[in-house]
Design a protein around this ligand. Structure first.
Ligand code: ATP
Ligand code: MG
Length: 400
């Protein structure tokens, strides 16, 4: 399908959604969440906009001057949107006037008239005196008369001119793909373990795409990890927030715990034991904030701490479901998504995150859970107090 540059300024957009249309009686919840997310996304765009719904249609109306590309870009980050259709909306339904407006629309949107087209009218307002088939023929004819370079192709047209007769009349022909997924806020909340790497921001994005609201937690270990490393994680959270909406990022000082594990446990088990404590702490914060699940960027076999044995050992401490959306992905597939969502550039900045400082030369790749339990007994004396302190001294950064 042909998509010429938009030479006219559309004053409104028709927003089409896919999956949320199938939720029966709960449909309004999904529509309302979608409208909320659209409003939230447009808050950051210059101009003033009105988002509303009307019998199964969601509209965005510009109420001031605005930058077309900026608006489309913002809408393309709102999960739940299947298609963004810039359109002309008119209240005047008079048939002769409609013909004029359609010709005018074509003229403005397609400066080069060498294209084939088809007119597709829908008459939702059954009181409208002209049937859709008749409108298709009439409007096709006026377009052909006005622009003799055009021709009709009903099977594979370059341009599909859509006209919907409802309370108002919608005229559109461009359909810009949205991100798909479901509106954030329709599916509970989960706690993302966000590090400075490539994987976890992608994992957060993927779960948010299914409608889940995201909170995040980052474990840092000053002075072993720098302020720049922390800033990098904040920047990543902000980038993910462009899709998920604002993310409260809990920053946990993990230094004491890490050093204590380092002192008390065999070094080759360090990463696993540390990861178990990260999960436990993340779960505590999730629970305090009505989170129902954890999210990590783990993928089978990527590093020693992500063998199936290691994943099982880490998972053992969790009572909440742990979502690992990247579990079966290859690194390149993850990188492709991170480039698409704009986190890659930040993720590859060289600052150490806390895990990389204390890694053993030969970490266990098949941890034995009984041995891990035994090693953890060495932590009994102080670890609980340290976990409480870490929770009490958490810093909260609002990433928007
Ligand atoms: P990433 O690219 O997401 O950092 P990774 O390949 O470096 O992942 P690991 O360091 O083993 O893998 O971490 C696995 C997962 O554990 C991460 O995807 C993330 O969800 C979580 N994680 C690791 N380190 C931290 C940290 N310092 N703070 C919060 N979460 C972390
Ligand atoms: Mg990492």
């Amino acid at each position: 399908m042909r998509e010429d540059k938009e030479y006219m300024v559309y004053q409104s957009f028709l927003i089409k959604y896919a999956e949320i249309g199938t939720k029966g009686k709960n449909r309004y919840l999904f529509e309302d969440a979608l409208i909320r997310q659209i409003k939230n996304a447009l808050k950051k765009v210059e101009g003033s906009f009105y988002a509303s719904k009307e019998s199964g249609r969601i509209y965005v109306q510009a109420q001031s001057e605005y930058d077309y590309d900026e608006v489309v870009e913002a809408l393309q980050r709102v999960f739940g949107i299947a298609w963004i259709c810039p359109m002309l909306q008119i209240e005047e339904k008079d048939y002769d006037n409609l013909k004029k407006v359609v010709v005018d629309y074509i003229d403005q949107v397609y400066p080069d008239k060498h294209f084939t087209f088809k007119v597709d009218c829908r008459r939702a307002d059954k009181n409208y005196p002209i049937h859709s088939e008749q409108m298709n023929r009439d409007l096709g004819e006026v377009i052909l008369n006005a622009f003799p370079e055009t021709s009709v192709n009903v099977h594979k047209p370059d341009v599909m001119v859509r006209v919907e007769i409802r309370k108002v009349v919608n005229i559109y022909s461009l359909m810009i793909p949205g991100p798909g997924g479901m509106p954030v806020g329709t599916n509970g909340k989960a706690m993302l373990l966000l590090s400075g790497g490539i994987d976890s921001p992608v994992a957060g994005y993927m779960i948010a795409k299914r409608g889940v609201k995201i909170d995040a937690v980052y474990f840092h270990a000053p002075p072993y990890t720098s302020d720049r490393a922390k800033q990098k994680v904040i920047d990543l959270a902000k980038q993910v927030a462009k899709y998920s909406g604002p993310i409260p990022l809990h920053i946990i000082n993990f230094t004491e715990i890490q050093l204590y594990i380092y002192e008390q446990c065999p070094h080759e088990e360090l990463t696993i034991i540390m990861r178990r404590y990260m999960m436990k702490i993340a779960e505590r914060i999730a629970r305090e904030n009505e989170g129902l699940a954890l999210i990590t960027g783990e993928s089978i076999g990527q590093v020693a701490s992500q063998t199936v044995h290691s994943l099982a050992a880490t998972n053992e401490v969790c009572t909440m479901p742990v979502f690992r959306p990247l579990i079966g992905f290859d690194k390149q597939e993850i990188i492709d998504i991170s480039e698409k969502i704009g986190t890659f550039e930040t993720s590859i900045l060289p600052y150490e995150d806390c895990c990389t400082i204390f890694v053993a030369k030969h970490p266990v790749i098949k941890p034995n859970i009984n041995i891990i339990h035994k090693s953890e007994l060495n932590l009994n004396e102080k670890i609980e107090g340290m976990v409480e302190t870490a929770l009490e001294t958490a810093e909260l950064v609002w990433c928007d």
